[in-house]
Design a protein around this ligand. Structure first.
Ligand code: ASP
Ligand code: MG
Length: 407
């Protein structure tokens, strides 16, 4: 008997009919003789609706109460799924994150899982029940307050729970068939990947492939839990995320995101301590800085550019301006119209020349590269946002992905 943790996203549980469909699938897995734990997300766009409602009621931030509100979304789903499973003649129990023993840090809205004490989940399984767990949430054992794990956090709940229970597999059921060589809405002939390594998936997820929350991939890698990303609407194989893959692709996929802005602090005095002051200030105000590029000019000053999430652009501008004034820099400019395009593949570790090919393909289309950053398995370029789609298509074709393994 295998132990399976399944996760169903919002689209898969969007209405009563879909909830019954999900219940059917869970019962099928149970009837094949497996122990089944199912982690569920809030129905459809419920989390967004609750956020909008909170904004309508109050213009202020109430981190604790917001988490109380948002965790209700998953709680609705878990109870309805459990009811639908019992109607199919299989005993089921639902637990909130707190009841499932998911202990987190106290940072509301961005809590991190510290420990899982899943004895109630285990007891339920030992009693022959299907266990349903509300995703995206936990409890801070010190304050005893409920917390949420950040958007898309049900993926993290599922993989962390799979690790803690020693599950054989974590299945992420979603509204797409798996992980693709590029977003199929942008590249119609993108193909579904049979498998992808944890390392590649982590880069793809951080670079904008929305199918898995990056933190869930980290858990998978740390505890070596294979993750199967698959459709909740049919039985076909999806994409396996695992330690090693059959083929070592040089380029596995292309990802892009347009939810960042570029901040440039120009004519910064070229002396020690300026970058430290700038990025300390940003870190203290909770701004997540990503790519950083510094250009030396000839008059003893430098320009420092970096990217920040669009949602933090106002606070990043305010902080940078403060530091710019303090150190006598020329000023700060903001560009909200950027996109980041990334090429990811494990084979880049050994194969030289992919960066050069990427830059040539972009330049042949007259696409200007504003910033570049790399990791051992990724090359990312910041370009103008209105060229993002063209860039993804050109790279997908030019790097040979149109003929990638397909199913
Ligand atoms: N419902 C939460 C969200 O929309 C968590 C999740 O779906 O994973 O972000
Ligand atoms: Mg999701």
């Amino acid at each position: 008997m295998a132990l399976i943790v399944q996760k169903y996203g919002g689209t898969s549980v969007a209405d009563a009919g879909r909830i019954r469909n999900v219940a059917r699938r869970i019962v099928d897995a149970h009837e094949r003789g497996n122990g089944v734990v199912a982690v569920v997300s809030a129905m459809g766009k419920r989390t967004d609706e609750l956020l909008a409602l909170a904004n309508d009621v109050s213009a202020h931030s109430h981190p604790r109460e917001l988490d109380m509100l948002l965790t209700a979304g998953e709680r609705v789903t878990m109870a309805l799924v459990a009811m639908a499973i019992e109607d199919l003649g299989v005993p089921a129990t639902s637990f909130t994150g707190s009841q499932a023993g998911i202990l987190t840090t106290g940072k509301h809205g961005q809590a991190e899982i510290r420990e899982i004490r899943a004895h109630r989940v285990r007891e339920g399984l030992d009693d022959g029940k299907v266990v349903i767990v509300a995703g995206f949430q936990g409890v801070d054992p010190e304050s005893k307050d409920v917390t949420t794990l950040g958007r898309g956090g049900s993926d993290a709940t599922a993989v962390a729970l799979a690790a803690s229970l020693g599950a054989d597999v974590c299945e992420i059921f979603t509204d797409v068939d798996g992980v693709y060589t590029a977003d199929p809405r942008v590249v119609p002939n993108a193909s579904k990947l049979e498998d992808v390594t944890f390392e590649e998936m982590l880069e793809l997820a951080s670079a904008g492939a929305g199918v898995l929350m990056p933190r869930s991939v980290e858990f998978g890698r740390r505890f070596n839990i294979p993750i199967h990303v698959r459709s909740s609407f049919h039985d076909g194989e999806g994409t396996w995320v695992k330690e090693e893959t059959m083929e070592q692709a040089i380029v596995r996929g292309i990802a892009h995101r347009s939810d960042e802005a570029k901040v440039t602090v120009y004519q910064v005095p070229d002396t020690p301590g300026v970058a430290a002051a700038l990025f300390e200030g940003l870190a203290d105000s909770g701004v997540n800085v990503d790519m950083i590029v510094q250009n030396v000019s000839h008059d003893g000053t430098t320009d420092i550019s970096f990217t920040v999430p669009l949602v933090s652009v106002d606070i990043a501008e305010e902080q940078s301006t403060k530091v710019a004034v303090a150190v006598g820099a020329g000023g700060v400019s903001i560009d909200e119209g950027i996109a980041r395009v990334s090429v990811v593949g494990i084979g880049m570790k050994t194969e030289a020349g992919i960066a050069a090919r990427m830059f040539r393909l972009l330049s042949d289309r007259g696409i200007n590269i504003q910033m570049i950053s790399t990791s051992p398995v990724r090359i990312s370029c910041v370009i103008s946002g209105d060229e993002a789609i063209e860039a993804v298509r050109v790279l997908h074709t030019g790097l040979g992905l149109n003929n990638a393994e397909s199913t």
